[in-house]
Design a protein around this ligand. Structure first.
Ligand SMILES: Cc1ncc(COP(=O)(O)O)c(C=O)c1O
Length: 376
């Protein structure tokens, strides 16, 4: 039977494919080190686990508000100047928030400008909404605002910004974001700002959010996540902050899709917000140390730009590619020879690179770099 064209043109998540592959290799008893999956190797904080268990004990196991628990939305709204709970929608991870955003703002043929390299799901989600991703290369991992400006057409509907960036770890400076904001206002475009890693910015750098630029708030949709900061990737909680009419439209979509996000899990998310920032600050310092360690080792092997945020390195491995080899072939060769998993840059729209996640235990990082050095 023929499947819909819509699904035939969509590729499965290229990073998600590593999850069963690595589980399989581990089951075979192979000493695999995964620097492929984008999740921190920390425990979920105890207050989050406790609050989730208590919610289960209280039988918080029923349908709940499809926009998210009112206490959770109120707590989130309190973190965004001038926002009310009506501006917040809780989703099954920021991945689903982004899906809902493109379903809500794109008509068939609408173009969404996406800087490259980019996280694996953006383009597929735009396509699922009938839109067309328009890719614009970054320069040394920073936004090329002139090229983005040149890419705007009558069909452009939105510009997507992801800072701190996956896969490069780049953090975009306020002046570039202000130029993007001006561009969106001049051409009446939506801005979608994926801030899944906003707390993980290093060297005391401030991470400007597009939300800091007040003039664009009526056209801005921000997504954030509990996954990375609180090591809650399996909980699946993220959220969008949007103008009230956009948020209401996304709740209409949600009402036909998953309904509410798992009720007891949202109590865990609320407990995460109620923690003071001590643990996050400690983890950020640990990640900065790992960033330094990983950068020192990796930049000794390949040209690499020092990441300022998130928890990835994106070195240029093109000098190690055999004739006709892609970064996918290189990653497969490294996995085969060293049992270290990294993600090929072509999965993020930029061949000749690999993505290395440094949010792994330190002994594993050191072992992985030793194995890679040996193989090269
Ligand atoms: C840039 C970016 N956005 C969104 C997500 C989705 O995260 P989640 O759905 O767990 O909130 C990820 C996950 O890797 C990501 O890297």
């Amino acid at each position: 039977m023929k499947l819909a064209n819509r699904i035939q043109t969509v590729e499965g998540s290229k990073t998600a494919r590593f999850i069963p592959l690595l589980e399989d290799l581990k089951r075979q008893g192979r000493p695999v080190i995964s620097l492929a999956i984008g999740e921190p190797a920390y425990d979920t904080p105890a207050p989050v686990i406790d609050a989730t268990k208590r919610a289960l004990d209280r039988q918080e196991t029923r349908y709940s508000d499809m926009a998210g628990l009112s206490d959770l939305r109120a707590a989130l709204a309190g973190r965004f100047d001038g926002c009310r709970p009506e501006n917040i929608v809780v989703f099954n991870g920021s991945k689903q928030a982004l899906y809902a955003i493109f379903q809500t703002i794109c008509d068939p043929g609408d173009e969404v400008i996406i800087p490259l390299p980019c996280w694996v799901s953006f383009a597929e989600q735009v396509k699922l909404a009938g839109g067309e991703p328009v890719f614009v290369h970054t320069k040394d991992h920073q936004l090329n605002v002139d090229a983005i400006t040149a890419a705007v057409t009558d069909s452009t509907r939105a510009i997507l910004i992801n800072s701190p960036n996956n896969p490069t770890g780049a953090v975009y400076p306020r002046q570039d974001l202000a130029r993007i904001a001006r561009l969106a206002m001049d051409h009446n475009l939506f801005l979608v700002s994926d801030e899944a890693y906003d707390f993980f910015v290093y060297d005391n750098r401030h991470c400007t959010s597009l939300f800091d630029l007040e003039a664009v708030r009526d056209r801005l949709i921000v997504t954030r996540s509990f996954s990375k900061h609180y090591a809650m990737t399996g909980f699946r909680v993220g959220y969008a902050v949007a103008p009230v009419d956009v948020a209401a439209a996304m709740v209409r979509l949600q009402s036909h899709l998953t309904g509410n996000v798992c009720t007891f899990v949202q109590h865990g998310a609320l407990a995460a917000l109620e923690m003071d920032d001590g643990l996050l600050i400690q983890r950020r310092a640990d990640l900065q140390r790992k960033r330094d360690l990983a950068f020192e080792h990796v930049s000794g092997l390949f040209p690499c730009i020092r990441p300022q945020g998130a928890f990835y390195l994106f070195p240029d491995v093109s000098g190690h590619l055999n004739r006709g080899e892609t970064s996918g072939d290189f990653a497969a060769r490294i996995l085969e020879k060293t049992e270290v998993a990294v993600v090929p840059g072509e999965d993020f729209g930029m061949d000749g690179h690999v993505r290395i996640c440094f949010a792994a235990p330190e002994d594993q990082l050191l072992d992985a770099f030793k194995r890679i050095r040996g193989a090269l």
